[in-house]
Design a protein around this ligand. Structure first.
Ligand code: PCP
Length: 506
């Protein structure tokens, strides 16, 4: 999961893209980058770190032009710490293209080999996004005759790309001197939306992973990009679009609604906040069936993402809602940090219990999801240390039992606390007194209640059904062994991710 943005404006876009990336920071805390286009020339700056740490005034000044793209990275493929794999990526032929990608290609290794042996293209990193850019570049090259580019050729190239590439991809790309291209995979797994703004100088367009970025910059939401669709906006602000996939179908990632997206975003027509309230309602119904009301003194969220579900759940149970854990707002999202050691350490630095809220009480702790169980295991301990009499745990999402291969960093089965365990065993592992998980049907209903037009979801981490149809046991084994052989995360990365800096001895 990453955040992407692209803007074609009538005035300089550097500050706009920076501001949009700040609004998408929750989608990736590991690296950030911006590429702008001025007079056929790209300016690009990217580095590891949070948006506010990556860009200095001098970097911003060098990002010239009225169109550009931006990216915040959350590593899911390739090496977590590599600055070379920060995005956007650039190729100089044909025309000059920069690209930023959200998602994960499931056949990138095969494509990388094809690139070398068939397309005579060199891929310099282990990033699937660099592969995606080179497939696009190759297909644009093939679709173009003569020296100039027309939109038909561009859409033909995206159609060919859809035929070659598997997995999840929402992407924005700039073609030097021509404009901004955006496309979404034929299954519509990762989100991408389009907005516009009318200025005295003309219409400006913006594409972003989440609508919150549009709103924050004063753009009006126009619509979501359709699965398989490509949109091209030329440098004069003229918009062209075309369906480029043969059998597109919309299957948004259910985990976006559970955790990844900001609650104030609207994804594929469903308010994320409203879906989380619904998750709380359905979870309350299940809790009523499984736990007697007198057994719960208070409902508490594990901040932040679970809050809407917990509020609604408490209301439906008619039990007091309290904030027992306070989150240190200067610590990032722990789920997004690379490396288990960082995550474990950061839970206690992130959350602190208000002992008086726990003393002698039977508490129902609500989290949006339990993935590795790092947070829940620590939290149960903390609740007990704070004096809780009984600790009941509820998850607004079903058990995560299968790896995600579409851009969420949970690819190893053994890392998942619910893998190979039933609910009772997970409860024991968490050392909780009781555990209630949302049912998958209820999770899906939480989203379809908000937008009944949504029929199908990418929910493989819950049900093991991989919508792209190309994920075998072998594939999962290979991902797993690559991950197990990855370099351990070092102390410097830990401190950077925790945003703590270093105490230097002079
Ligand atoms: C994440 C999520 C759950 C955790 C991590 C699930 O919290 O809300 O609490 O992952 P785990 O089972 O592997 O520990 P954060 O990333 O801190 O984000 P937020 O503040 O949005 O809840």
């Amino acid at each position: 999961m990453c955040g992407i943005v692209g803007i074609v404006s009538q005035e300089p876009v550097n500050q706009m893209i920076y501001d949009a990336l700040l609004l998408l920071q929750h989608r990736g805390q590991d690296a950030a980058g911006i590429a702008t286009n001025f007079n056929d020339t790209f300016s690009m700056y990217k580095a590891n770190g949070l948006v506010r740490d990556v860009f200095r005034t001098r970097n911003m000044r060098s990002l010239l032009g009225n169109s550009g793209i931006g990216h915040v990275r959350y590593p899911t493929a390739g090496s977590a710490a590599s600055e070379e794999e920060a995005q956007p990526f650039y190729v100089n032929a044909p025309f000059g293209i920069t690209l930023a990608h959200n998602g994960n290609l499931t056949n990138w290794e095969q494509l990388k080999i094809e690139m070398f042996h068939k397309d005579r293209r060199h891929i310099n990193t282990d990033s699937d996004s660099e592969v995606l850019l080179n497939v696009l570049a190759h297909e644009i090259q093939e679709a173009t005759t003569g020296y100039s580019l027309d939109t038909d050729a561009l859409f033909r190239a995206v159609a060919m790309l859809h035929k070659r590439v598997r997995g999840a991809y929402a992407a924005v790309a700039q073609i030097a001197g021509y404009g901004l291209l955006a496309f979404r995979d034929p299954f519509g797994i990762r989100p991408l939306c389009l907005g516009f703004s009318e200025t005295a100088k003309g219409i400006e367009y913006m594409l972003a992973s989440e609508s919150v970025a549009l709103e924050g910059l004063g753009f009006r939401f126009l619509r979501d990009v359709k699965p398989g669709e490509a949109i091209f906006i030329d440098l004069d602000g003229k918009l062209y679009n075309q369906q480029c996939a043969e059998n597109p179908s919309l299957n948004p990632c259910a985990f976006e609604f559970v955790y990844l997206a900001r609650p104030d975003s609207i994804i594929d027509g469903a308010s994320v906040y409203a879906t989380r309230l619904k998750m709380g309602e359905y979870l309350a119904e299940k809790i009523k069936r499984e736990i007697s009301k007198g057994d719960i003194d208070v409902v508490m969220p594990i901040p932040d993402s679970s809050r809407p579900a917990a509020i609604q759940l408490a209301l439906k149970l008619d039990v007091e809602y309290r904030e027992g854990f306070i989150k240190n707002r200067y610590i990032g999202r722990t789920f997004l940090m690379p490396g288990q050691a960082i995550r474990r350490k950061s839970v206690r630095q992130k959350l602190n219990a208000i002992a008086a809220e726990f003393k002698g009480k039977s508490v129902l702790l609500v989290d949006d999801s339990i993935v590795r169980g790092t947070t829940s295991q620590e939290i149960v301990q903390m609740a007990r240390e704070a004096g809780a009499k009984r600790v009941i745990f509820a998850s607004a999402a079903p058990p995560v039992r299968y790896p995600n291969v579409y851009g969420i960093d949970m690819p190893t089965r053994n890392e998942l606390i619910a893998y190979g365990r039933n609910d009772e065993e997970v409860c024991r592992e968490m050392t909780a007194d009781a555990l209630v998980y949302q049912d998958l049907d209820a999770l899906k209903k939480s989203i379809t209640d908000v937008n009944p037009l949504l029929r199908s979801f990418e929910a493989s981490c819950f049900d093991g059904n991989y919508i792209t149809g190309d994920i075998s046991r072998d594939y999962l084994d290979r991902v797993e062994s690559a991950r197990n052989n990855a370099e351990p995360v070092n102390e410097e990365t830990v401190r950077t991710q925790l945003n703590l800096g270093f105490a230097h001895a002079d």
